[in-house]
Design a protein around this ligand. Sequence first.
Ligand code: ADP
Length: 322
Amino acid sequence: MIQLDDITKRYGSKVILNGVTEKIETGEFFVILGPSGAGKSTLLKVFAGIEKLDKGKIIVDGKDITNLPPEKRNVAMVFQNYALYPNMSVYDNIAFPLKVRRLSKNKIDEKVRNVAKLLGISDILNMNVTKISGGQQQRVAIARAIVREPSFYLLDEPLSNLDARVRFVARGELKRIQKELNGTFIYVTHDQKEAMSLADRVAVLHNGNFEQVGKPMDLYEFPKTRWIGEFIGDFPMNFLPGKELGLEEGIEIGFRPEWIKEGGELKGTVESVEVLGENVYAFCTVKDYRITILVRKTVDVGDEITFGVTKFRKFRDGKLLE
Ligand code: ADP
């Protein structure tokens, strides 16, 4: 288990991490999600030991590693701009960290072949890394990082260089590899879709702290704050003053585009339409508010739609009411 205790990091007078505290279980796929500039990479560097803390502790399996240098931490890192050794074969790239550790030739061979099998790159071991595809290079980088059997893995947007179609497959593979290794993965991304599809738990980093930590579906269903409701989901959660539904002043209601039914107390004008296969999303104005709803029939710009809300959450001052 990894414990983060009051992790605090400043650059000059700017507070980037403001007392982050959380426990990450062994074998967990833990995704840190936040917009650009939230401090995700900084937090990852703190894990790796590349950045020093101003305050706080990191405890791994009961051992305080806060002041250990990076090379003593036994962590694997896979970054967006992975650098493979260009003049070496796939095999030698993966074997490199083991050679540095002076493992025997036989042991190295066994480990390289095992990890290559896990990543599905056994057939390209003898190729030069400059002669293989981007997706394959990505796997080699992951193989090289995991071959050392580290105590945990740090991944900083490792799939962002892949095009959308390959990325979808790569996500599935990464998840499979993580489960097979029973590895503790700490994965950073700004892409909520990626976070939702990979994570056992997502931690949303905002204003220097984890604003919410939870299972993907819990974040979607019960965002702790309006900000998270709007950040998570393919479309932001919709918000309306509670009085539009006969609730008291000061309450806001939040609802997802699909938490609605045809016919009801709300009336909107369609401003634009997005067709995603069978799902048609209509962007409407309801009085002065912009609302996105999922409709089951074709609608046109300018149409008037009446609808009701089948499920909603209550918020006050931007915070979810229990
Ligand atoms: P993210 O990974 O979420 O995009 P970063 O951790 O890279 O965010 O950066 C968080 C904030 O810290 C940004 O405002 C960035 O400009 C600032 N920052 C990052 N590294 C340094 C540094 N070495 N010195 C000063 N400011 C930095």
